[in-house]
Design a protein. Structure first.
Lengths: 142, 142
DNA sequence: CCATTTTGTTGTCAAATGATAATTGAATGC
DNA sequence: GCATTCAATTATCATTTGACAACAAAATGG
C-alpha cells in the first residue's frame, strides 16, 4: 500500500470522525457553554486536574486565551481554580460538583447515542471496534 | 464490554483524532484561507463536484453561511460555481486549477508528515491500520 | 542575590463564525 | 395555473475566537 492510498483513507476517516464529534457535541453541549469551553470541560471530565498550561498546550491555544475561557467557566460555576501547593505559579483546574454533574449528563446523552449506533453489533464486534480504536490511537494519532 | 467503557475509549480517541487534525491543518493550511474555508477545500479535494446544499449539510452550517464562504473562495480563485444543467436552482462547486494545485501541495505536506509517523510500521501493520480505519468508519462514524 | 524563565492575568483588537430574516428564481405537486 | 417547496443569495448582527502586548508573581540557576 502506498502512502497516497493510506493518506486518502486517513483523510476521509478524520473527516468522518469530525462530523460525528460535531453532531454529538451539538446535541449534548449545554447552551451556556461555547464550543471551546465545552472542549475544556470534556478534557477535564476525562482527566483531572489540569493546569492552565496543559489546557493551553492541548488545545493549541495561547495561555492568555486559555485563562480567559477557564475564567468564564469558573464564573459559570462549572470549574474551579486552586493554587498548586508545590509551585505557586501554577493554577490547578478541576470541575466543580455542578460541572461534574453537567458533564455527566452530557456524556450520558452522547453515550446513549453511541449505544443506539452500536445496537446491531455483537459483543465480539464491539471488542474488535475497541481494539481498532486502541491500535489507531497508539500508532497514528499518538 | 459495557457501554461506558466503550464510550470512554471513543471519547479519548475522538479527542486524539481532533488534535492530529488540528496540528496537520495548522501546518498545511494556506495563510489566506480560514479554517472553515480550508475544510470546504479539503472536502472538494476528496469529492467533486459538490452543491452548496451538500456543503452546508456536511458541515452543519446554514446554507447562507456556506454561500458566503464559497463566495470568498471563488473570489480568491480557488473554486468556481456553475449552474446545474438539470436543476437550475443548484450551484455546482469545483476546485479551479489553482485551487487543485493549492490542495495538492497542502495534502502533499500532510502526507509527508503521516509518512514520517508511519515510518516504523511494516507493510502488514499499515494494512492493519487501514482496515481498522475502514471498520470504524463503516460501523461507528457512519 | 540577581537575571532569567515559567506560569498566569488582564486588556484590547481584528477576524471568523453562528444565526436570522428578507428576497429571488426554479422546480414540484396538485 | 398556482401554491408550495427547494436552493441559493444578500445583508446584518452578536458572539466567539485568535493574536498580541504589557504586566505580575513565583521559581530556577547561576
Amino acid at each position: 500500500m502506498d502512502n497516497k492510498a493510506f493518506f486518502e483513507k486517513l483523510t476521509g476517516f478524520v473527516a468522518s470522525v469530525d462530523r460525528l464529534r460535531h453532531e454529538l457535541d451539538k446535541q449534548s453541549r449545554p447552551g451556556d457553554v461555547t464550543p471551546i469551553q465545552y472542549g475544556i470541560l470534556q478534557h477535564l471530565a476525562l482527566e483531572q486536574p489540569l493546569t492552565l498550561s496543559e489546557i493551553s498546550d492541548c488545545f493549541g491555544m495561547p495561555l492568555s486565551n486559555a485563562s480567559r475561557e477557564v475564567r468564564k467557566l469558573t464564573e459559570k460555576g462549572l470549574c474551579e481554580k486552586r493554587d498548586d501547593e508545590e509551585d505557586r505559579r501554577r493554577q490547578i483546574i478541576r470541575l466543580t460538583a455542578k460541572g461534574a454533574q453537567a458533564m455527566g449528563e452530557a456524556f450520558g446523552q452522547m453515550e446513549a447515542r453511541i449505544a443506539d449506533r452500536l445496537e446491531a453489533e455483537s459483543e465480539a464486534e464491539r471488542e474488535e471496534l475497541y481494539r481498532a480504536m486502541e491500535l489507531l490511537h497508539r500508532k497514528v494519532f499518538s
